[in-house]
Design a protein around this ligand. Structure first.
Ligand SMILES: Nc1ncnc2c1ncn2[C@@H]1O[C@H](COP(=O)(O)OP(=O)(O)O)[C@@H](O)[C@H]1O
Ligand SMILES: [Mg+2]
Length: 243
C-alpha cells in the first residue's frame, strides 16, 4: 500500500464533511473515487495534501504518518495534486508553467533533465512550449497541469476531475495520458464525476456518499454492482446485463 486513509473525520470549520473515511491506494494502481457532487471527494484530496488537518484519523504515505505535515513537506515527500479548477498562469508560457512544478528544486541541470523526460510523455508541452498557456484548449491545459505535477518526480499523483468540461475525444486523450503516467511508474488517485469512464480506466474503485465510503473494491466489481450502476451509472450496466 502506498497510501492509507484511516478513519478520517474532517471539515472546514463549520462541521464535519468527511465522517470517517477509510480506503487504501495500492502502489502502481489507478484508484478512482466516484460519488455525487458534495460527497467529499475533493475534501479527501485536500486532507491528503495537508491543506486541511483532520480532526480525527490519519493519513499514512509510504509507511509514514504524514498527518499534520505542512503541504510543502507532503509535496516534497512525493505526493502531488492537480486541483479541480484550472490552475495554470495563462500569461506565462507552457514551459514556464511546467517548470513552476519544480519550485522547491534549485539544481537547474536537474530541472532541465526532468523537463526533458516529461515532455516525452506530453508532446503538446514540447510543441507549444513557448506559447502562452492561456492559448491552449481546456484538454491541452489539463495535460500541462499533469506535466507540471510530475516535476518533483512524485510517487503518487492526485487528479481531481480531470475530465471536467472536456469533449469525449479530448477526454479519451487525457485518460490515455493518465494510463501512460501509470505505466511510467506513477500511482494515481483519481477523482471523477464521470464515474463510468473513471472506473473503466481504474484498477480500484471507491464510491463515496455523504462523507463516507459506501463501496470499495476492484473497479470491475464496483462497475458491476447493480445498486451502484443504478445510482451513479444511469443503470446502463444493469440494462446491458439483461440482454
Ligand atoms: N472551502 C470550503 N469551505 C467550506 N465548505 C466546503 C469547502 N469546500 C467544500 N466544502 C463543502 O464540503 C462538502 C464536500 O465538498 P467536496 O469535497 O468539494 O465534494 P465533492 O468533491 O465530492 O463534490 C460540500 O458540502 C461543500 O459545500
Ligand atoms: Mg470535487
Amino acid at each position: 500500500m502506498l497510501l492509507r486513509i484511516e478513519n478520517v473525520i474532517a471539515g472546514y470549520g463549520g462541521g464535519d464533511v468527511l465522517r470517517g473515511v477509510n480506503f487504501e491506494v495500492a502502489e502502481g494502481s489507478i484508484t478512482c473515487v466516484v460519488g455525487p457532487n458534495g460527497a467529499g471527494k475533493s475534501t479527501v484530496l485536500t486532507v491528503v495534501s495537508g491543506l486541511i488537518r483532520p480532526r480525527v484519523g490519519q493519513v499514512i504515505f509510504k509507511g509514514q504518518n504524514i498527518t499534520g505535515w505542512n503541504p510543502k513537506r507532503i509535496l516534497t515527500s512525493g505526493l502531488a495534486q492537480v486541483p479541480q479548477n484550472h490552475s495554470l498562469f495563462p500569461m506565462m508560457t507552457v514551459r514556464e508553467n511546467v517548470e513552476l512544478g519544480a519550485y522547491t528544486l534549485s539544481d537547474s541541470a536537474l530541472i532541465r533533465r526532468r523537463y526533458d523526460q516529461i515532455v516525452e510523455m506530453f508532446p503538446v508541452v514540447r510543441e507549444r512550449a513557448n506559447e502562452q498557456a492561456g492559448s491552449l484548449s481546456g484538454g491541452q491545459q489539463r495535460l500541462v497541469e499533469f506535466a507540471r505535477s510530475l516535476m518533483l518526480d512524485p510517487a503518487l499523483v492526485m487528479l481531481d476531475e480531470p475530465s471536467m468540461g472536456l469533449d469525449p475525444k479530448t477526454l479519451k486523450d487525457v485518460f490515455k495520458t493518465i494510463k501512460d503516467m501509470q505505466e511510467a511508474g506513477k500511482t494515481i488517485l483519481l477523482v471523477e464525476q464521470n464515474a463510468k469512464a473513471g472506473l473503466n480506466l481504474a484498477d480500484h474503485g471507491v464510491v463515496m456518499e455523504s462523507g463516507r465510503v459506501r463501496l470499495d473494491g476492484p473497479s470491475a466489481s464496483v462497475l458491476n454492482n447493480p445498486e451502484i450502476a443504478a445510482l451513479y451509472l444511469g443503470g446502463g450496466i444493469v440494462a446491458q446485463a439483461q440482454h
